[in-house]
Design a binder for this molecule. Structure first.
Ligand SMILES: *Cc1c(COP(=O)(O)O)cnc(C)c1O
Length: 344
């Protein structure tokens, strides 16, 4: 039985074109700056997001961490949403390794932080306070259902940060999903920020890697930090080759994943045991809760789905997350809806 794996877009396998490009990749020692494939990937990535330079990193987590370490000193404060990936899911790295203090603000249901909240969070210049150094936004916003932040909002947040002597980092793990959802180039969404990370390894299907982008000067600093973190990777062009295919071939098709997320939400919305956050997901994620009358918990339902070859994430005692991606077909969506129907 073929498995329909909706747990995350991180489960995506490399495409046949990626495997071929990886096998043929021209490589060199990237710590010496001599890997031609990675150099091409970093240049293309920077161009696609409207920044000067790029840095290939093993994960989005390392990209965000290197960015925070490059922007902040120990004891500085970074403002971010209470549902930010950097706050929830990066093992506290910015504090553990950077001594950076996280100041969380409520994420609104649309994924934004209210500009008034950001302004109010800025610390006065007073020795009692940490120094407010950085604002972090996330686009798409994972825990807000894959919500999409507009270019205009990002520009306003950047202006506000800059007016207060702060920088803006954009965690754009799914930046190209946001761009596809809005029908704008990724650079419209990322150029206002001082730095941006995006993942090659999610909806774009590459096996490994993210790219951190920013000014040439910023990336020089981040490159040293990547080395400190153990992220200097030698003949990493083998990975970068898949990343190039990801950027060249996989960004345009993300709207198909969004269309399937809509179809999945429409199908699940008809199942009485489920209550969806929305039947019109903004990008490639569908969140659903068990209806009040259902006595089983999410883990039990997930197990019954698994027996039918459908894998879904339980992200709470009564809550599910499903993510569409390249390897989820229309038929897979139908099978998932049917499986829920019989599991509940
Ligand atoms: C996946 C993700 C990251 C980074 O994840 P890695 O697994 O470390 O590559 C960062 N931010 C968001 C919003 C994510 O979804």
């Amino acid at each position: 039985m073929e498995i329909v794996d909706l747990r995350s877009d991180t489960v995506t396998q490399p495409t046949p074109a990626m495997r071929e490009a990886m096998a043929k990749a021209e490589v060199g020692d990237d710590v010496f700056g001599e890997d031609p494939t990675l150099n091409r990937l970093e240049a293309l990535a920077a161009q696609r997001v409207g920044h000067e330079a790029g840095l290939f990193v093993p994960s989005g987590t390392m990209g965000n961490l290197a960015a925070v370490l490059a922007h902040c000193q120990r004891g500085d404060e970074a403002v971010m949403g209470h549902l930010a990936h950097t706050f929830l899911f990066e093992a506290g790295g910015i504090s553990a390794l950077g001594g950076v203090f996280a100041h969380t603000l409520p994420n609104q249901p649309d994924g934004t932080l209210r500009l008034e909240d950001i302004q109010a969070a800025v610390r006065p210049d007073d020795p009692h306070h940490p120094i407010s150094r950085l604002v972090i936004l996330e686009n798409t916003q994972n825990r807000c259902g894959g919500a999409v932040l507009s270019a205009e909002y990002t520009r306003q947040a950047a202006e506000l940060a800059h007016a207060n002597g702060m920088k803006l980092h954009l965690d754009g793990a799914r930046l190209f999903n946001a761009a596809a959802a809005l029908g704008v180039p990724a650079s419209d969404l990322a150029a206002p920020a001082d730095s941006v990370t995006f993942c090659l390894s999610k909806g774009l299907c590459a096996p490994v890697g993210s790219v951190l982008c920013g000014s040439a000067e910023f990336i020089r600093a981040a490159r040293r930090i990547r080395k400190q973190l153990g992220g200097g990777m030698r003949q990493a062009g083998v990975l970068g080759a898949a990343g190039l295919v990801a950027l060249e071939q996989m960004t345009e098709r993300l709207s198909e994943d969004h269309r399937r997320a809509q179809a999945l939400a429409a199908g699940l919305g008809r199942i009485p045991g489920l209550v969806l956050d929305t039947e019109h997901p903004a990008s490639n994620m569908v969140f659903a809760n068990l209806a009040a009358g259902v006595t089983d918990n999410a883990a039990q339902v997930v197990e019954r789905l698994r027996q039918q070859g459908v894998k879904v994430g339980a992200v709470g005692a009564r809550r599910f997350r499903m993510v569409t991606h390249y390897w989820i077909t229309d038929e897979g969506v139908e099978r998932a809806v049917k499986a829920f129907g019989s599991a509940l």
